[in-house]
Design a protein around this ligand. Structure first.
Ligand SMILES: Cc1cc2nc3c(=O)[nH]c(=O)nc-3n(C[C@H](O)[C@H](O)[C@H](O)COP(=O)(O)O)c2cc1C
Length: 192
């Protein structure tokens, strides 16, 4: 039987931050479970901005061929499960994650006369996120709402279904990721 392929994407610049720690734990658990894991830190790559030409919606390929998105979009196509680690910036995803979604447009979906047609159906995703606002204020003031909506919009339109989401709040007051959150991540990896 083929090993499941996991694509782990780090959307934070920080290598020892909260979301990267959550992601590294998810990677370790995935490797322990015997999955093949590819780890991509977006900040290590040259990723141009989407030009908005919309050619990719027809062709399935971005017109920009000379940056690292060619390889990254192939990694998406090859993966069974995508684990996205993204901090909350201004109640949404950081620009580098948003640009990833923009650049993945044609790889992920085809425009039709009616609804968009997903191109990555059958895959699954896990979202790991963190914000500084403590709960329940993070929820009251919608600190994670925009991020969750943007992430869901991208993955749902691509045909990729959600395994689960882990949110770590109050991050500036924490020394690391609490064990309750690590246990949540472990449970999601076991669901793969
Ligand atoms: C530019 C910027 C914007 C941020 N915006 C928010 C925000 O809107 N709400 C919030 O609760 N925390 C916000 N934060 C705090 C981060 O979400 C928090 O520090 C998180 O732990 C960062 O994740 P990391 O440690 O994995 O990089 C922001 C941080 C930065 C740098």
């Amino acid at each position: 039987m083929n090993k499941k392929k996991i694509l782990a994407i780090q959307g934070s610049f920080k290598n020892n931050g909260i979301t990267s720690t959550m992601l590294k734990y998810a990677v370790d658990e995935s490797q322990k479970a015997g999955y093949d894991v590819e780890y991509i830190r977006l900040h290590d790559h040259r990723i141009e901005y989407c030009k908005g030409c919309r050619k990719c919606f027809e062709t399935g390929e971005c017109v920009i061929k000379d940056d690292d998105m060619t390889q990254i979009s192939k990694s998406f196509k090859d993966a069974d499960v995508i684990i996205l680690a993204s901090p909350v910036y201004w109640a949404n995803v950081p620009a580098i994650v948003k640009n990833l979604f923009d650049r993945m447009s044609g790889t992920s979906m085809e425009e039709t006369n009616t609804f968009p047609k997903p191109r990555l159906s059958g895959k699954k995703y896990i979202l790991l996120t963190a914000c500084n606002t403590p709960m329940p204020f993070a929820t009251f003031f919608g600190q994670t709402t925009g991020l969750k909506k943007a992430v869901k919009e991208y993955f749902k339109t691509s045909g990729i279904s959600c395994i689960g989401i882990v949110v770590c709040d109050n991050t500036s007051k924490r020394k690391g990721v609490p064990s309750v959150k690590l246990n949540q991540i472990q449970r999601l990896i076991r669901k793969i």
